[in-house]
Design a protein around this ligand. Sequence first.
Ligand SMILES: Cc1cc2nc3c(=O)[nH]c(=O)nc-3n(C[C@H](O)[C@H](O)[C@H](O)COP(=O)(O)O)c2cc1C
Length: 186
Amino acid sequence: MNKIKVLGISGSLRESSFNTALLKSSIEHSKKYLNIDIYDISRIPLYNHDIEKKGIPESVIKFKSAIASSDSLLFALPEYNSSVTGVLKNAIDWASRAESPLNGKPCAIMGASGGLSGTAGAQSHFRQIASSVNMICMNVPKFQMRRSKSLFDENNILTDQTTIEHLNKFLKAFEDWTLNCINKKN
Ligand SMILES: Cc1cc2nc3c(=O)[nH]c(=O)nc-3n(C[C@H](O)[C@H](O)[C@H](O)COP(=O)(O)O)c2cc1C
């Protein structure tokens, strides 16, 4: 069977983002069974209905098409002020418009925080957004990374063994989740 096609979306635009690093580590640790491509959302403009009426921007068309052609979505969520980042919410808002490729799409969420929250607030808000656009979000296992700086090395490679073990379990569960969702649809 072909590997599951996953679109990885980081809610951080920061070059040394722990969340983007977590997605990169996910690629490394699941390469035998998942085909994860990271999508850069930095080119998506701020949503404005007036712009939309004039014509959907090329960057949004590309983003929606990348979502549509993937089997599932893997979000890495930084936490800003106890919620998801504005850039991520903006990208979801654009994608949710007419003929939304998010509708019925399986997804999972992970998050890396600098402190102790483990992005619990962002994850909880994300679930509300996911239900609004009818993404089918995996509930468990959860992946909430605390004190992220201590778990990556100086090149932003995940080196903490306990976290790697949990990541492996999480990604395997995500494969099962995606397959179950696809099988239920067919
Ligand atoms: C505007 C802003 C708000 C933040 N709010 C929170 C917060 O509510 N909870 C938290 O744990 N960290 C918060 N942080 C810290 C970020 O989560 C932290 O910098 C994290 O590393 C960002 O993710 P990244 O490494 O993927 O860029 C905030 C950072 C910024 C810039």
